[in-house]
Design a protein around this ligand. Structure first.
Ligand SMILES: [Zn+2]
Length: 202
């Protein structure tokens, strides 16, 4: 706990002091982020650090394995969908990025399952990525499944983004662009999904 408090004190004494005008402006006029990023909770994948952003630049949704659920307006606690709705419909972000990553623990857990996962929360949540798991397993030998599945999860999330009518409509009108990106933690490399579903180094 002391590390967090000490970290905050350092932030206040340096970053906050150096960017006082920015914080005052954001406090007065509100936020207008240009991108929404759906990232994993993984502590090694911090979008604000990776993209060298300032407060107010990006609207970040973090969940286990950077999953976007399919559009489902039934009752329930749809945290990711609620944040998407706010970012796209209220803040009107110009870009939506699904940011997957190498060595994803959520994907690793999913690959270890032989039947659709159950359990309290993580299991049902990871079921969103079950089709991605099946495609990855069918696509290559076991040693490739982890990386293949991490990329298939990005494809699945990008696919599911377009099931939200106000996202697909905004994309059709050219108001929004959707991207699938993959961060290699060990190499410090970023790859982008191309129009054919493959990934190219940025
Ligand atoms: Zn992860």
């Amino acid at each position: 706990m002391e590390r967090l408090i000490e970290g905050f004190r350092r932030f206040r004494a340096s970053y906050f002091r150096d960017h006082g005008e920015l914080f005052a402006d954001l406090a007065q006029h509100g936020q207008s982020p240009h991108a929404l990023i759906v990232s994993c909770c993984d502590s090694r994948v911090d979008p604000q650090l990776l993209f060298s952003t300032q407060p107010g630049d990006i609207f970040v949704i973090r969940n286990v394995a950077n999953l976007v659920p399919p559009y489902d307006p039934s009752s329930g606690y749809h945290g990711t969908s609620a944040a998407l709705e706010f970012g796209v419909r209220s803040l009107r972000v110009k870009n939506v990025v699904v940011l997957g990553h190498k060595h994803c623990g959520g994907v690793q857990a999913l690959l270890q399952q032989t039947v659709r996962p159950t359990g309290e929360f993580i299991g049902p949540w990871m079921n969103i990525a079950w089709p991605a798991r099946e495609r990855a397993i069918a696509a290559g030998p076991p040693e490739t499944h982890q990386t293949l599945c991490e990329k298939e999860v990005i494809r699945e999330s990008v696919y599911n983004l377009r099931t939200f009518p106000w996202i697909s409509e905004a994309e059709a009108k050219g108001e929004i662009r959707i991207h699938g990106w993959y961060f290699d933690v060990g190499r410090g490399e970023l790859l982008a999904m191309n129009d054919h579903g493959g990934f190219d180094l940025i």
